[in-house]
Design a protein around this ligand. Structure first.
Ligand code: UDP
Ligand code: MG
Length: 312
């Protein structure tokens, strides 16, 4: 007997009380029109506003809604991980709670999946409501990470995507703590295809990602998918050492030929400061990797669940 496939949607929400009701209305409309059963799992990532209350109201009104509440704010990557660990569906779609990833595109994602793709990822062709600086830094980031990483990570691609059960089950095996989801999604491979879409402006509220958070996410992405920075540190060290040897030789020669009247305070300072700087940078790079190694070594759980709805 052939059973109809089920679609599951995972949405991470952090302080999104204003956006959620509108989001669920749009989602329910899309679900109603789908030829297959669909459900949604909202993950409350330790919100401090009325998000949980808003979510329980939505769940009470619609049996297709289930909820997960984390013990504190773990960040979007871990909130998504929690949702993806617990969700059950033949195809799973991840989208943002703020309406920036329009749920109306779900049928287009499903169509590509039914063509046989395991991962369908949304690629942004427009990013309204985002500043010039954010676009420029995002572009620069994708260029850098694709230079450094062996796994191609598609540019202008967020977490908005569909995954088949096979791709999801593979993703679940990746248990690293410093999670850069876009990279992990790409890492699993399978047949992937891009779906271009226009990113909308937020329904309500503000972005939770300031530049400092984005910078840290970028560091997680780079250190998680490449050890090239460590090698670069080695080469910079080698190069500096070579220059230093040459310069040292020149000084010895000079002293032999012309004697050594005490001089050269500025050169001395320049060399000391330069070498000190190079060493600190190299140490910092090692520190970034070491710190992550330390976090992994502690083997803490990735996230903690405070509550589930419906109760298991
Ligand atoms: N989010 C989350 N935990 C966080 C920060 C954000 O679950 O610590 C959710 C947020 O509620 C939204 C999604 O991640 O559904 C994307 O966040 P946001 O819209 O702030 O990011 P942007 O779209 O500006 O990149
Ligand atoms: Mg957003």
């Amino acid at each position: 007997m052939e059973t109809t496939p089920v679609l599951a949607v995972v949405i991470a929400a952090y302080n999104e009380e204003e956006a959620l009701p509108g989001m669920q209305t749009r989602l329910a409309k899309v679900f109603d029109a789908l030829p297959m059963p669909a459900r949604v799992l909202y993950v409350d990532d330790g919100s401090r506003d009325g998000t949980w209350a808003a979510l329980t109201a939505l769940a009470a009104a619609d049996p297709r809604v289930s909820l997960l509440r984390l013990a504190r704010n773990f960040g979007k990557e871990l909130a998504l991980t929690a949702g993806l660990d617990l969700v059950d569906g033949d195809a799973v779609i991840v989208l943002d709670a703020d309406g920036q990833d329009p749920p109306e595109l779900i049928p287009a994602f499903i169509a590509r999946w039914q063509e046989g793709y395991d991962v369908v990822y949304g690629t942004r062709t427009a990013r309204p409501g985002e500043s010039w600086l954010k676009r420029v830094t995002a572009n620069a980031f994708y260029r850098v990470i694709n230079r450094l990483s062996d796994i191609p990570i598609p540019a202008d691609t967020g977490d908005f995507r569909l995954m088949s059960r096979a791709a999801l089950e593979s993703l679940r095996q990746l248990r690293e703590r410093q999670r850069f989801m876009k990279g992990l999604f790409a890492w699993v491979g399978y047949r992937q295809v891009s779906l271009p879409y226009e990113r909308q402006a937020r329904i309500a509220g503000d972005s939770k990602f300031n530049y400092w958070r984005l910078w840290n996410l970028a560091l997680d992405g780079i250190t998680g998918f490449s050890t090239v920075p460590l090698r670069v540190a080695t080469y910079i060290g080698l190069l500096t050492a070579m220059v230093a040897f040459a310069y040292g030789g020149w000084i010895v020669m000079k002293t032999e030929l012309w004697g050594d009247p005490v001089q050269g305070w500025p050169t001395l300072m320049a060399v000391v400061l330069f070498l000190g700087g190079v060493q600190l940078v190299a140490l910092g790079i090692i520190g970034e990797y070491l710190g992550r190694l330390y976090l992994e070594a502690k083997q803490r759980p990735l996230y903690l669940i405070r509550e589930r709805w419906p109760r298991p």
